[in-house]
Design a protein around this ligand. Structure first.
Ligand SMILES: NC(=O)C1=CN([C@@H]2O[C@H](COP(=O)(O)OP(=O)(O)OC[C@H]3O[C@@H](n4cnc5c(N)ncnc54)[C@H](OP(=O)(O)O)[C@@H]3O)[C@@H](O)[C@H]2O)C=CC1
Ligand SMILES: CC(=O)C(=O)O
Ligand SMILES: [Mg+2]
Length: 638
């Protein structure tokens, strides 16, 4: 029933029963009402686990349908009410927070925005200076202070501190100033933050699951206080952006991605769980760094790695049910393809680097067709980099060409060429090629480098997914522009220091004719009195809306057709005004609207494919998606 799924998106804080009705459970949204029905007052309940461990695991409850039990009330989520004496449970309890404890709880703290009445009722009088500020005034003050920092890493630390202090204010500031703050909480600054995570570490955020916990992963997951987790972003830290193996310090990425899930896609922060799986690191500098926060051992591989990941994936399902959306992020490609292929049969998984990136690039290319003319099949695509991002994008482009032109996938793939670290991928290299590259090994003479491949193949679209800076050289881009009126150039690699070229280089070396997008943002470029604004070809356009679409429809799997419609939905939101400026992505400013549209398209496809479980299908999916989105406005406390 509609009410059953609406429940998941209402604010949990607004609906807690009074203290006299406390359960032995953490606060749950299970008794929530549809999201539009939000009372003005709530009590700031906090959750505590009083005893860490008892005897042995409670029976897992696999079904995450939180419909009230027959007798009413909250579903026995972890089977704690039905546990026998032999079984161990985690004794969660809940309190009404007040005084300093309330000020230190980021979920409920409002700082100087607590009203006099709230201060009196919640024992805050005297703990705050007398001024009462509005949330907007608080935001203005935060921005004023942030803008005083010159170093982006200082801004990162300040913004993360805000998230630790006052979650709603953090999200309001982020949502209202997304274009200014995205480069701080996300690429490029998050890359530097991960490199220095050990030094800037203040308070832990997210869940660290290390090999030390082998055999006890479910117990570790149960330490996480939120029980209604809907999205997990997990990394093992082996390929963090283009920065390589950062081990346990990769945690900045799941934390950052999930902040975007809430800010850009409207998933409730409490439903988001960042996880880092620490299986060691092969980064010598980190292993020798006294401030390194992870396990000091080399990476587990083979059976040791695979069985640990297996234990993790089963534990997640046991803890949060079948429909928790698990996003793999920044795994090295020797694991990423295999993990996706293996777990997409049994879990609701999504690999952002393979699938999310594919969608954002396809979306940009579909929009670019309005500038270049023709169809996708009229183009020749050349990639520098044939890893997760590169081959993921290539496969989705081929799928779209095949669907549009009613041709076979094999034929569609012939439009696509790839260069890896050993040169052009051609048939003669077949025996030594990794599996994910084989579909793009065509009959052709080998080319040693990108320039000779450009000369030989004369592509119209050049895509960089190599993680290698400055590889789109002057010669490469000039050659591309010598026979293309409007060459499409995407320098996807992150962070900025790893981009294949800068925006300035792309425009300068193509005489301002390039249609350019990059993984990390570049400032507008002025060339011959014309201002060129480039788009950010980053999966941040995609994963928040895709995740929202999956959740609101209760989809049980991610199907390729859901990715195609997400790309088309993104392209459809590029206006004529954007295109006139050379932009093939809509501005991030309207990202929540963009995410709602992507969510609606993904959900619609899930219903059409019979993969959706939340029935009946809402008639107005865009409106429904918007109504489900988290709002960071403060609530009034009684
Ligand atoms: N904008 C966005 O949204 C996204 C951007 N990215 C970025 O893309 C980059 C690559 O990520 P990903 O695909 O996951 O990484 P992978 O490691 O899976 O792939 C990298 C590819 O680049 C190739 N390569 C490395 N060095 C060179 C070189 N000198 N010349 C030619 N090819 C080279 C590798 O070749 P070989 O196979 O021979 O080793 C490999 O095929 C990263 O910087 C990442 O940040 C990733 C996801 C999303
Ligand atoms: C954006 C992203 O996911 C990456 O660079 O890995
Ligand atoms: Mg990534």
């Amino acid at each position: 029933m509609a009410a059953a799924h609406l429940r998941f998106f209402a604010s949990s804080s607004a609906h807690y029963p009074p203290a006299s009705h406390q359960h032995a459970h953490p606060p749950s949204t299970a008794t929530l009402h549809p999201p539009r029905v939000i009372p003005n007052v709530c009590s700031p309940f906090t959750v505590e686990s009083q005893v860490k461990e008892m005897k042995k695991p409670a029976a897992p409850v696999l079904d995450q349908d939180l419909s009230p039990a027959v007798t009413g009330g909250v579903r026995d989520f972890y089977g704690e009410d039905t546990a026998t004496e032999d079984q161990i449970v985690t004794p969660w309890s809940r309190n009404v927070a007040c005084g300093l404890e309330l000020l230190r709880d980021p979920q409920y703290n409002k700082g100087l925005a607590f009203t006099d009445k709230e201060r009196e009722y919640h024992y805050l009088t005297g703990l705050l200076p007398p001024t009462v500020l509005t949330q907007q005034m608080q935001e203005n003050r935060i921005l004023h202070n942030l803008r005083m920092y010159q170093d982006p890493l200082h801004k990162y630390v300040a913004v993360m501190d805000l998230q630790e202090r006052n979650e709603r204010l953090f999200y309001k500031v982020l949502i209202d100033n997304v274009e200014e703050l995205l480069p701080i909480v996300y690429t490029p600054t998050v890359g530097e933050a991960c490199q220095k995570y050990g030094s800037i570490f203040r308070r832990p955020r997210g869940l660290y699951i290390s090999l030390k916990e082998r055999g006890k992963v479910l117990d570790v997951i149960k330490n996480w206080p939120e029980k209604l987790v809907q999205v997990i972003v997990v990394t093992d830290g082996e390929r963090i952006l283009g920065l390589g193996d950062l081990g346990c310090q990769g945690m900045g990425i799941p934390v950052g991605k999930l902040a975007l899930y809430s800010a850009l896609g409207g998933i409730r922060p409490s439903a988001c769980l960042p996880i880092t799986i620490d299986v060691g690191t092969n980064n010598e500098a980190l292993l020798n760094d006294p401030f390194y926060i992870g396990l000091r051992r080399r990476r587990a591989t083979g059976e040791e790695y695979a069985s640990f990941l297996d234990e993790f994936m089963s534990a997640v399902k046991q803890a949060y049910g079948e429909k928790v959306f698990i996003q793999f992020e920044d795994f090295a490609n020797h694991n990423a393809f295999e993990l996706l292929a293996k777990y997409q049969r049994t879990h609701l998984v999504f690999n952002d680097d393979i699938q999310g990136t594919a969608v954002v690039v396809l979306g940009g290319l579909l929009a670019a067709l309005k500038l270049t003319g023709g169809t996708l099949a009229d183009h020749t695509f050349l990639f520098l980099g044939a890893g997760e991002a590169g081959t993921g994008i290539a496969e989705l482009i081929a799928l779209e060409i095949a669907k549009q032109g009613n041709v076979s996938l094999q034929e569609a793939r012939r439009k696509i060429w790839m260069v890896d670290s050993k040169g052009l991928i051609v048939k003669s290299r077949w025996e030594s090629l990794q599996h994910h590259k084989k579909n793009f090994a065509h009959e052709h003479e080998g080319c040693r480098d990108l320039l000779s491949a450009v000369e030989a193949l004369r592509p119209s679209v050049l895509i960089g997914s190599s993680g290698q800076r400055s590889t789109f050289t002057k010669e490469v881009l000039e050659t591309l522009a010598s026979y293309n009126q409007k060459p499409v150039v995407m320098a996807l690699s992150n962070p900025t220091s790893h981009a294949e070229c800068t925006a300035e280089e792309a425009y300068k070396w193509t005489q301002g004719r390039a249609i350019f997008g990059s993984g990390s943002p570049f400032d507008p470029v002025k060339l011959n009195d014309k201002l060129h604004i480039s788009g950010q070809a980053n999966n941040a356009y995609i994963f928040p809306g895709t995740g929202l679409g999956v959740i609101i429809s209760g989809a049980i799997r991610v199907h390729d057709d859901m990715l195609l419609v997400a790309a088309r939905a993104l392209a459809a939101q590029v206006s004529k005004e954007n295109l006139d400026k050379g932009l093939v992505y809509p501005p991030f400013q309207s990202i929540r609207k963009i995410s709602a549209n992507i969510a609606a398209a993904v959900a619609d496809k899930a219903y059409e494919l019979g993969l959706a479980t939340r029935l009946p299908r809402p008639a107005d999916l865009v409106g429904y998606a918007e109504s489900c989105m988290y709002s960071p406005q403060y609530r009034n406390y009684r």
